[in-house]
Design a protein around this ligand. Structure first.
Ligand code: NAD
Ligand code: USQ
Length: 395
């Protein structure tokens, strides 16, 4: 298939592009490289040294013999460029990773909130409008988030996107209706993903756009079979307080003897998936597009749930690290239960990689190898969700 990967230079997009290419698909990466500029803005760099995108794709051609084209385009602000790209590439599938994806970054300041809303909502809407304008039957695969469901402790396994609710009609007769699971976003970033869902529902219903929305959990790990083939193909690894996600942060902190930064009690339960499973899920979603009609297909892309404190204990036990319970900069429940259905991707053949000791060790070794690139002043998370959180942290 011909596949346009929007955001294909990022942490999930780059290894997914290589995996799709290695699986025989013709891949074009579309990226504005804005994530690399965010590193400059924040004065931080990926733990791993990432090559410029044109070098990355040239190395991939050398090691695999396969060509990945690359287009420098801001899909949120260059609509005509996006339409031209669809005309030129004529993709069967568009995989959409191209959004600002950090919750702390989205809460740093009014400017960051506004940038995140502007970038993400425009990006998604432009993609939908451009697919309709192209007149082509394109399957859109979007990377959404488990966070749209919110983190209340509800006594059910979170369903894959939809909930059937029963209500009494005006005659007192009970009726059933299927609705999108009510969203409860916990950051401006998660809010934009919640809004994406409504745009998908509208364009599927109004224009028959075939859409798969993958509600992904927190991705951990770095390398994949493809990125390991040459050091210049290495994947990005964020460890800083804005873009670093919890387990990868704990692993790199353990590698350099930095006390593990648990927010609050660590009773927050979250959904997780390894990067190798994540890229495999993308392939499975792409290759099963025939089963998608004008009802958005939602699949929960996660394999395990863990409490933050349990992850910290696991990592600390491995290397003897200290744990530092910090005042939580976020406004979020201190404790929650979480149970999730993921039957659809399992049904398509996903065979999950579980959090296991050898994989954790490999990540810690990677952290040690590139420890000289770490700026410890960038580890604390200094993005506060509201004034109360900021005051609590400053006390
Ligand atoms: P990332 O920031 O590493 O990559 C995103 C890429 O999109 C970057 O290369 C960036 O330059 C590009 N981009 C952003 N806005 C763009 C625009 N307007 N035009 C063109 N390119 C643009 O993020 P990631 O971790 O790879 O996440 C990718 C997607 O997966 C996101 O949508 C995110 O919400 C979702 N996701 C990520 C995780 C995770 O743990 N990393 C978990 C769940 C869901
Ligand atoms: N946390 C810590 N210590 C840290 C960092 C985080 O205790 O050093 C806590 C947070 O307070 C939160 C949890 O760990 O309770 C998860 O935080 P995170 O930064 O790992 O993940 P999150 O902000 O939810 O965002 C990440 C990705 C986002 C994706 C989301 C999936 O950045 O793109 O959508 O995971 S999910 O969490 O399932 O919504």
């Amino acid at each position: 298939m011909k596949i346009a990967v929007l955001g294909g230079d990022g942490f999930c997009g780059w290894p997914s592009s290589l995996h799709l290419s290695a699986s025989g698909h013709d891949v074009t990466i579309v990226d504005s490289l804005v994530r690399r500029r965010a590193d400059d803005e924040l004065g931080v760099q990926s733990l791993t040294p990432i090559e410029p995108l044109d070098v990355r794709v040239a190395v991939w051609k050398d090691v695999s013999g396969r060509i990945i084209d690359n287009v420098d385009l801001d899909i949120a602000h260059d609509y005509d460029g996006l339409v031209s790209m669809l005309d030129d590439v004529r993709p069967d599938v568009v995989v959409h990773f191209a959004e600002q994806r950090s919750a702390p970054y989205s809460m740093k300041s009014p400017a960051h909130k506004r940038y995140t809303a502007d970038n993400n909502i425009n990006a998604t809407h432009n993609v939908l409008a451009a697919i309709v304008q192209s007149g082509r039957d394109v399957h859109l695969v979007h990377l959404g988030t488990m966070g749209v469901y919110g983190y209340e402790s509800v006594p059910l396994d979170l369903p894959e996107g939809y909930l059937t609710v029963s209500y009494p009609d005006n005659n007192g007769v009970m009726r059933d209706r299927e609705i999108l699971y009510p969203t409860r976003p916990g950051s401006v970033y998660h809010l934009t993903k919640s809004m994406d869902q409504l745009m998908f529902q509208f364009y599927a219903q109004n224009d028959g756009v075939r859409i798969t929305d993958l509600h992904q959990g927190i991705v951990w790990g770095t390398q994949t079979a493809e990125t390991e083939q040459d050091v210049r193909l290495i994947n990005r690894f964020d460890y800083d307080g804005d873009y670093g996600t919890v387990l990868n942060r704990f692993l790199v902190q353990a590698a350099i003897g930095y006390p593990l930064t648990v927010h609050g009690s660590g009773g927050q339960t979250r959904a997780f998936i390894n990067i190798n499973d994540s890229i495999e899920c993308i392939r499975l979603a792409v290759e099963s597009g025939d089963e998608v009609g004008n009802r958005v297909r939602v699949m929960n892309q996660m394999t395990e749930t863990h409490k933050v404190a349990d992850l910290a204990d696991l990592v600390a036990d491995k290397v003897g690290a200290q744990i530092d319970h910090q005042v939580n900069p976020r406004a979020e429940a201190d404790e929650n239960a979480l149970s999730v259905r993921n039957d659809r991707l399992l049904g398509l053949g996903l065979d999950p990689v579980r959090l296991d000791s050898d994989l954790l060790t490999a990540e810690i070794e990677l952290g040690k190898h590139y420890a000289h690139r770490i700026d410890m002043s960038r580890i604390p998370c200094r993005s506060y969700w509201n004034r109360d959180r900021q005051s609590a942290a400053e006390e």
